[in-house]
Ligand binder design. Structure first.
Ligand code: TLP
Length: 350
């Protein structure tokens, strides 16, 4: 079995999930008659302190449905320059919701609050209406960094002053909560809606949740239907989601500990540039610029040691830890990187 550090999306369902899926009581969810989905949605809403929740097929669908439910065509949406919604959702906002994006460069995923405030449009015949502010916590492209609660609160205050809703892409919301040592509600109380994934570190085979006010979630249900996300005996999948929420959140700490150990090990290797101090959750990113090879080359060298990873730029690599990565795998990965570094540095001296 390879050591698969490409993403926490590669996690497979636990035995308990498979049992729950086999035994799930199901019905037609488009009629609202799947008891397992109804239970999952209720549980999910409670966990994030929202009135209602909707099971969606993926994080991308949850985010897109959220934007559709909050905005009108021609609105402008404020989001971080490297946010998943803007950068990795195949221009869904432009093509599906028909909204205009207004991106702001963030530091560790945090768009400066003053810049958010300045980006909000005044009422003017020439201008679009600012329809939504999107945040991402943890922030993927900043190596899983956590948006501090004080930052969430500051953005929320600005949003209240201007009466603009806030949507949180919380694909890894529970990593943020575990990393901060707080109840997830402490984060989501600063957002109107939140999308979180069951299928990443929590190990369910698929699915995400969109949670928010009851009336908005009813609208979202219709948009989900339009996007082809109205599924029938969905409880087969939802059953795994319930196990994910009941049993898989607390163990995320282990993934964070492994990511930190991995970063600390890599920091000692020649040619690897990483700030191990800054690792907060289950993701690390490092530069291999000094090794004199591209990220693609580095990844293919790693593959020969049985380690899978994704490039995160021309000379940047991303490693993501998850339930199927052990401490032994961390040690083996550090050894593999040491080997690549040593052989390259020896070559450079010839
Ligand atoms: N992220 C995936 C890739 O798409 C990059 C990964 O491996 O990290 N929001 C955030 C912050 C995400 O990281 C992702 C997936 C999504 C949304 C989308 O979730 P899915 O893949 O379920 O559509």
């Amino acid at each position: 079995m390879p050591i698969d550090l490409r993403s926490d999306t590669v996690t497979t369902p636990t035995e308990k999930m498979r049992d729950a899926m086999r035994d799930a009581v199901v019905g037609d969810d488009v009629y609202g008659e799947d008891p397992t989905i109804n239970r999952l949605e209720q549980l999910a809403a409670e966990i994030v302190g929202k009135e209602a929740a909707l099971f969606v097929t993926s994080g991308t669908q949850g985010n897109q449905v959220a934007v559709l439910s909050h905005t009108q065509r021609g609105d402008e949406v404020i989001l971080e320059e490297r946010s998943h919604i803007f950068y990795y959702e195949t221009a869904g906002l432009a093509t599906i919701a028909g909204v205009q994006t207004r991106t702001i460069k963030g530091i560790n995923g945090q768009m400066p609050v003053a810049e958010i405030a300045a980006a909000i449009r005044e009422e003017d015949v020439h201008c679009p209406k600012t329809g939504l502010i999107c945040l991402e916590n943890t922030h993927g492209d900043s190596a899983g960094s956590i948006l501090p609660l004080s930052y969430m609160e500051d953005v929320y205050q600005v949003s209240r002053q201007h009466q603009i809703p806030v949507h949180l892409d919380g694909a890894r919301l529970f990593n943020a909560a575990v990393g901060l040592g707080v109840d997830p509600k402490e984060i989501t109380k600063y957002t109107d809606t939140v999308q979180f994934c069951l299928s990443k570190g929590l190990s369910a085979p698929m699915g995400s949740i969109l949670a928010g006010p009851k009336e908005l979630i009813e609208r979202a249900r219709k948009w989900r239907k339009m996007l082809g996300g109205g599924t029938r005996q969905a409880g087969i999948i939802g059953a795994a989601g319930i196990v994910a929420l009941e049993e898989m959140i607390d163990r995320l700490q282990e993934d964070h500990t492994h990511a930190k150990a991995l970063a600390e090990g890599l920091a000692l290797i020649d040619g690897i540039d990483i700030d191990a101090e800054s690792v907060e959750t289950n993701m690390i990113m490092f530069s291999i610029g000094q090794l004199g090879m591209t990220a693609e080359e580095f990844v293919s060298r790693l593959n020969k040691f049985g380690v899978l990873a994704n490039p995160a730029g021309p000379n940047r690599i991303r490693f993501v830890t998850h339930r199927e990565i052990s401490m032994d795998d961390i040690d083996k990965t550090i050894e593999a990187v040491k080997n690549i570094s040593a052989s390259n540095i020896a070559k450079a001296k010839l």
